[in-house]
Design a protein around this ligand. Structure first.
Ligand code: ATP
Ligand code: MG
Length: 426
């Protein structure tokens, strides 16, 4: 191989055949779940003006400080989207989907870009399915989002392997008061904090609660309790949400340290976490962001949403061995031929595909003796081999061999094959 062979960038992955089947399976399960709740898809561009993300995500966050892919074009600073919420709000504003406080339930799917240290479950181009809702201030919608994800875990057979962590961040005022108390407390023990947390003490002190450093976490046990600062409205919102989840049997753990990385959250925050993936255990994360639309220049608009990481979910499905066998199977029929029958073989394939639009039929093309063709048929995973030889063509017939169970071979009139196949397959 040439020495200067060009490779994909570190942290940006090709998704190969075999894998793509699993992606499609996951996407289909997600779409079916979202359809079941009446959510509508929105597609946004991957590149936006840099200031959109600076203004929404916040200047002193990991994403804006060090993770964005930013470049200049036509004297403008542009950025590959690191997440979808900002773009979704921008699109909704621009097209007046929320300008008059309309209620919206939206979802999107696609690649996100963050310049992080690549490792298992953490990449530089990764994919999210995001859900955003607008115009609903009551905790019933927070509950719906959580119930919806819970149903998705059920569909994917991973319900027992994920835990819901729940917290409330209160109102902006409550958070501001708590922030002051936290800073006062932490300033007293500043020299015992990890380096990142020391820096955050001035810039984004609430993020310290989220620190992965054990010594910092130990110190935080003595910190003021956020729930003592919580405003009544947020308290009630949280309690109603909890009661709704209890009522439908969704279990959760209250985690007072859960603050989320982005600036724009208020009230409800939640994460679905698993122990199956090591350090990258959060598969879905979200919360309420009632202030964001206004922060981006719109009218005050209640909003709540979440995003899940597709790669992490797929790693989990693989680790738990819960992907149904038929997912990786991509063929019903593998068509082989003997002798000079390319034209009638192609005519038959065309006729069958037209008769059964969902049929997955692949023709053996490019030559090869019969034995080789049958070997391919067996390797293909198809349920049937459709065999066409010169004798069969002359008689208007074709043979079908069951490649899975019986191994049995029958010969049928060509005109009967579509009906026979449809009966066997569906
Ligand atoms: P983390 O704490 O793991 O860095 P985050 O708080 O930055 O996550 P969000 O911005 O909330 O993550 O994104 C939602 C979800 O997207 C995460 O829970 C995770 O499943 C997935 N995700 C985030 N960053 C990455 C990444 N670099 N690679 C793969 N998946 C990711
Ligand atoms: Mg992150």
């Amino acid at each position: 191989m040439a020495q200067d062979q060009i490779k994909a960038l570190i942290g940006m992955n090709d998704i190969l055949p075999g894998q793509t089947q699993i992606w499609r399976y996951l996407e289909e399960q997600v779409k079916a779940t979202l359809d079941g709740f009446g959510y509508q898809e929105i597609r946004m561009p991957i590149v936006e003006e840099t200031r959109l993300f600076k203004r929404s995500i916040g200047e002193v966050t990991d994403i804006v400080e060090k993770e964005m892919y930013t470049f200049e074009r036509s004297e403008r600073s542009l950025t590959l989207r690191p997440e979808g919420t900002a773009s979704c709000v921008r699109a909704c504003e621009e097209h007046q989907l929320i300008a008059n406080n309309q209620r919206q339930r939206l979802w999107y799917m696609g690649p996100m870009f963050r310049y992080e240290r690549p490792q298992k479950g953490r990449y530089r181009q990764f994919h999210q399915i995001g859900v955003e809702t607008f115009g609903m201030a009551t905790p019933d919608i927070d509950a719906e989002l959580i119930i919806m994800t819970h149903q998705l875990w059920q569909r994917l057979n991973i319900r027992d392997k994920v835990t819901l962590q729940l917290n409330t961040l209160g109102s902006n005022e409550a958070r501001a008061k708590y922030k002051a108390a936290l800073v006062e407390f932490l300033s007293g023990v500043k020299d015992q904090l990890d380096e990142d947390s020391q820096r955050r003490l001035d810039t984004n002190p609430l993020r310290i609660l989220d620190s992965k450093n054990q010594q910092t976490q130990a110190l935080l046990n003595e910190a003021p309790d956020f729930y003592d600062y919580l405003d009544d409205e947020s308290k009630e919102h949280f309690e109603t949400l909890r009661a709704l989840l209890d009522a439908v049997g969704v279990e959760y753990e209250i985690n007072p340290r859960l603050v989320r990385g982005l600036d724009y959250y208020s009230k409800t925050v939640f994460e679905w976490v698993t122990t199956e993936l090591g350090a990258q255990g959060t598969v879905c994360a979200g919360g309420r962001y009632d202030g964001l639309v206004e922060q981006l220049g719109g009218k005050p608009t209640p909003a709540v949403g979440f995003a899940m990481g597709i790669e992490r979910l797929i790693l989990m499905l693989e680790a738990l061995n819960v992907i149904p066998d038929e997912v990786t199977n991509y063929l019903d029929v593998y068509q082989v031929s003997m002798g000079n029958v390319t034209t009638p073989a192609m005519q038959l394939a065309t006729q069958l595909r037209e008769a059964i639009p969902s049929l997955r039929l692949q023709m053996h093309l490019g030559g090869g003796n019969f034995k080789k063709q049958m070997k391919k048929a067996n390797e293909s995973g198809a349920r049937f081999a459709l065999i066409l030889g010169e004798d069969e063509v002359a008689a208007g017939k074709a043979s079908i061999k069951d490649l899975r169970e019986s191994g049995e071979q029958i010969t049928l009139e060509q005109g009967q094959i579509a009906t026979w196949l449809a009966e066997q397959l569906y």
